[in-house]
Every structure is written in C-alpha cells, then in structure tokens.
Design a protein around this ligand. Structure first.
Ligand code: PLP
Length: 369
C-alpha cells in the first residue's frame, strides 16, 4: 500500500465516519469495484433512475454483459426501489445529490427498504461531499466518490474512493454474499467475514477487484487531492452560497423557462435538502433557456467566466449540455428517465465573486435573446 494513498484513504474514511476506504484511479472505478466486490453473474442491483450518465451506462450495458442485471426504479421513491429487490439483489445504489439536476435522495428511506431485505445501500456522495451530507449517518452502508470533483476541487487529477461503514451484517446474509462468507480462491481462500470482521467488504474490494484488475490511484494524484481536501469546507460554503444566488437570479429571468435547484422552495427536492443538508444544495443546477436548443448554443458560446466543460465540482464555474455530452450514449427514453431534456443547460457554480458570475450569465443570456 502506498503511504500517500493510505493517508488519503484514512482521511476520507474519517470524514465520512467509515472504518476503512480504498482509493482508486477514478470515480468510475470506485463505482465499478464497489459493485464487483459483492455482485457476480446471476445477481442484480437496484438503482434510482437519476444517476451520472457514465454510471448508467456501466450498469445498464457493461454489467448486463457480465450477467449482472441493473434494475432502474421508475422513480426515486423508496417503495419503487423496494418493488425491484429480490433474493438475487446484491446492492441498492443511489447518488445522495444526483447528477445532473441536483435532486436529493431520501437516503434513510432507501436504506430502510434495502435493509428490510438484507441488502446494503451504496451511495455516491460526489456532489454532496461529507461537508453537506454524511450518508452513513442516514443508514448507507458503503459510500463512493469521484475525487475528481469537489473533493479535489481543481480539475487537476482523476481519482475515486470506496468507503466502508463497517456496519453491514454480511455474515447474517451469508446466502446472498457467498464471496464474503466462503473461502475466496482469488485470495488464499480467505473467508473475509471471519478474517477481517468489520473490514470484510473493503478488504475484499482491495484484494480481489483492485489487486487483480489494477485501477490504482497514482500517489501524485492522491497528493493533489489531499491538498484540495484541505480547502473543501471553505469551498463548499462558497459553492452553496453562490449557487443559491445564481438560482434565484435565473428563476426571475425572462429568458429562463425553468430552474432546477434544491435550494429553491419551488424545487421538489427542497424539503429533502432541508432534512439532509440544512438546505445547502451544492453547486450543481440545471435550467432551460427560452428558444430551446439554438438559444442554448448561443448562450453557451457567449459564456466567458463559465468554462464549457463536462466536469463538475471545480473551483471554476462550469457549464455543460448533458444531452450532447455526459448523457450522449443514452436513448431518448433513457434520457427522459434520467431527467435530462435536450434544452437543458447544467451549471456547476464555482467560487468566483458572485457579481462576476451573475454578470457573465447576464451578458450570455442577452446574447441569446
Ligand atoms: C456522481 C458521479 N459519480 C461518478 C463519476 C465518475 O467519476 P470520474 O470522472 O472520476 O471517473 C462522476 C463523473 O462525472 C459523477 O458525476
């Protein structure tokens, strides 16, 4: 184990309130390994429909070919998720604040239905970060992050992490999780629950998926991400303040047809945001521009401070058009289910001065008129 990576793992595990963590080369690797640690051919996973496009593609297309079925609930309601769980379900998955429109999930409600069936809840906490939400405090069992985003904060390194709460009773669900309760031929016939106790899951993820397929995090990236984490608390405060001001500005703008931001009282996520993060809704939001796709393109080209980038969680303000970028591989029906519309512009509001941010939006909206 590399000592710099080990510091990162310990630090993020402590920030999330977990017992251990595994740093990997990307957020996508973290999601992949988090599932492959406990699912194999013949199993299924149940997911909320609104998730990052790459995760959606991994689940619906790549896992399908490995014989792991992804079942997407009709909506985010815990009852809709419960309806899809059966005796072959290995995990329930959601994002605490979902990419791309910043919807909040009812983590406790989803954890309760998963646990009622002896299934763990995996939460992608990339958009919230532990500064806004600590999913283990609301019943989640495993947390994953793309460290590429807010955690690192500067778009200078790609990384991911899997964090284990150490609380899921794997041994009580031995039929569902033979890989943690029977000798593992890929690692000295270790029986993880017997040998590792509360570290059973994270040790298997390290010694089987990571050790044999190798998506390790570069220690230099771990160093950069550690630097970023030192300012995370301050940055998240400013991201939330700026985004709230931008959402309120857009909401009253005549060129804007709709705004989705959980900090607005009109948002369907408003009450969940109050419950889970005291109303702090992170920097991610989406809006529709009057004039649709064409006006959107003109607006997009006119932006000066906002960078046109599909990344999120950078200190710099970013704008994207998900339907033609992050969610491009999705079919029309998949797009609709994941909450992406063709006219939608996604903003990830940065930490620049709010007057500069609003001025940039104002001049770009004027150009699109
Ligand atoms: C919520 C979420 N999870 C995971 C990922 C994948 O992370 P990475 O780009 O580090 O592979 C992303 C990327 O945008 C994301 O937004």
């Amino acid at each position: 184990m590399n000592p710099t990576n080990a510091v990162l793992e310990t630090r993020v595990a402590e920030m999330e309130g977990g017992v251990g963590a595994l740093a990997v080369s990307a957020g996508s690797a973290a999601v992949n390994y988090a599932i492959l640690g406990i699912a194999e051919q013949g199993n299924n996973i149940v997911s909320t429909p609104q998730i990052y496009g790459g995760t959606f593609t991994l689940f619906s297309h790549m896992f399908a070919r490995l014989g792991i079925e992804a079942r997407f609930a009709a909506d985010d309601d815990p009852q809709s998720i419960e309806a899809l769980i059966d005796d072959k379900t290995s995990a329930v998955f959601c994002e605490s604040i979902a990419n791309p429109v910043g919807a909040f999930m009812d983590i406790q409600g989803i954890a309760d239905v998963a646990h009622a069936h002896g299934v763990p809840l995996i939460v992608d906490n990339t958009v919230a970060t532990p500064m806004l939400i600590r999913p283990f405090e609301h019943g989640a069992d495993i947390v994953v992050h793309s460290l590429t985003k807010y955690m690192g904060g500067h778009g200078n390194s790609i990384g991911g992490i899997v964090v284990d709460s150490g609380k899921f009773p794997w041994a009580d669900n031995a039929d569902r999780f033979p890989m943690l309760n029977q000798p593992e031929p890929a690692y000295h016939n270790m029986v993880y629950t017997e040998a590792m106790g509360e570290l059973a899951y994270i040790t298997r993820v390290r010694t089987v998926p990571l050790r044999n397929t190798g998506s390790s995090l570069s220690p230099f990236n771990a160093f950069l991400i550690l630097q970023g984490i030192e300012t995370l608390a301050l940055r998240m405060e400013r991201h939330c303040e700026n985004a709230q001001a931008v959402a309120e500005y857009l909401e009253q703008h005549p060129m804007v047809t709709w705004v989705k931001y959980a900090g607005l009282p009109a948002s369907s996520s408003f009450s969940l945001a109050q419950k889970y993060s005291g109303g702090k809704a992170s920097g991610l939001m989406a809006f529709g521009i009057k004039g649709g796709f064409e006006a959107g393109e003109t607006f997009y080209d006119a932006l000066k401070i906002f960078k046109r980038l599909v990344n999120i969680g950078d200190a710099k303000s970013l704008a994207a058009h998900p339907a033609s970028t992050t969610h491009r591989q999705l079919t029309g029906a998949e797009l609709e289910a994941s909450g992406v519309t063709p006219d939608m512009i996604r903003l990830c509001v940065g930490i620049e001065h709010i007057d500069d941010i609003i001025q940039d939006l104002e001049q770009a909206l004027k150009a699109a008129k």
